[in-house]
Design a protein around this ligand. Structure first.
Ligand SMILES: *Cc1c(COP(=O)(O)O)cnc(C)c1O
Length: 339
């Protein structure tokens, strides 16, 4: 039995999801005529109390589109030094939007309104124009850490006061909402835009959604087109997203509980030095002194436990809906036998 903890993207559509996709009504979405894409966009926007949504191919695409619409070339984007938009999007901010970045040190990737206030440039011709704040919720590199709503309220108020846009990279936003017991509507009101992955813990095979105000989404559609992101009968894949949103949100708490138990197990092992606090479905741990994450990942692979290194001495494990109870119980057994 192979236990795959590399990412919550390694899930496969269930037969119920495939059945739903098979029966989806479709049309040409570039002409706005795909009823399933429209239903998914409307459903998601409404859920968060936003005016409109846009279905895109990936979370990188939704983030890059949002950044491009909120900024002009030469502007500066404020975010955490652990942000996906900075580390993992192929330099897209420079390539697609021509922006520089002000990188903040946060608490497991969570940045504060106070730190952001200090990073907003004054109106001085020497300095780039600060036009956008991006937070990530949950923070991937921060071990799945999520924000307190109180801090988000402060950041949102600060952005309004200073005239900056506020975007959330919500690739795993439902993990955060479930963990913090916050409703999407309550959360949505604080942001100008949110990008949401359907192909992570929610279990759809592909797709992300960008939500925001109608005028923002209108510009986003143009930008998506220019990035080659206009899709035709996309309802066939959008259906999976709709199915995922309606069936796989509440169960995320099961993934969170499993992640916590895995962390509790890891911390007892001699080859583990420490484990980051677990808040959602991501477990990041540091290997004991003298070991490297590469060699431990290889040893785990010999026991058919798949995971990724996350730096020279760090390893990441992610729980998800294809990690069955059998996988999970077997994992807890096998971890003890790794030396
Ligand atoms: C996965 C992820 C994305 C988007 O990734 P894609 O692979 O392009 O869908 C964006 N932000 C975070 C924090 C992520 O974990």
């Amino acid at each position: 039995m192979i236990i795959d903890l590399r990412s919550d993207t390694f899930t496969k559509p269930t037969s119920a999801m495939k059945e739903f996709m098979f029966n989806a009504e479709v049309g040409d979405d570039v002409f706005n005529e795909d009823p399933t894409v429209n239903a998914l966009q409307d459903y998601c926007a409404e859920l968060f109390g936003m005016e409109a949504g846009l279905y895109c191919s990936s979370g990188t695409q939704t983030n890059q589109i949002a950044i491009g619409v909120h900024t002009k070339p030469g502007d500066e984007v404020i975010c955490s030094n652990l942000a996906h938009i900075y580390i993992y999007e192929g330099g897209g901010i420079a390539l697609n939007s021509g922006c520089s970045m002000a990188l903040l040190e946060g608490d497991h990737g969570r940045i504060t309104a106070d730190a952001i206030r200090n990073a907003i440039n004054p109106d001085d011709i020497h300095r780039p124009i600060s036009s956008l704040v991006c937070i990530e919720d949950t923070v991937n590199k921060g071990g799945g850490a999520c924000y307190d709503l109180e801090e988000i309220k402060k950041i949102s108020a600060l952005c309004k006061e200073k005239g900056l846009a506020f975007h959330c990279d919500g690739a795993r936003i439902f993990n955060a909402l479930v963990a913090k017991n916050i409703s999407p509507k309550e959360y949505g009101q604080y942001f100008d835009s949110i990008s949401i992955c359907l192909s992570k813990g929610l279990g759809a095979p592909v797709g992300s959604i960008l939500i925001g105000r109608r005028d923002f989404i209108k510009k986003a559609i143009r930008r998506r087109k220019s990035m080659g992101g206009g899709m035709r009968q996309a309802g066939i894949i959008a259906a999976a997203g709709l199915f995922a949103l309606k069936n796989n949100v509440e169960r995320l708490k099961i993934d969170h509980e499993k992640a916590q138990v895995i962390a509790d197990k890891l911390v007892q092992l001699s080859w583990v030095k420490s484990v980051m606090p677990v808040e959602t479905n991501i477990v990041i741990f540091t290997v004991a002194d003298g070991l490297t994450s590469d060699e431990m990942v290889q040893k785990l692979a010999k026991q058919d436990i798949k995971c990724f290194t996350f730096g020279p001495d760090k390893i990441r494990m992610v729980t998800h809906l294809d990690l069955t109870d059998d996988h999970y119980n077997e994992l807890l057994k096998r971890l003890s036998s790794v030396q």
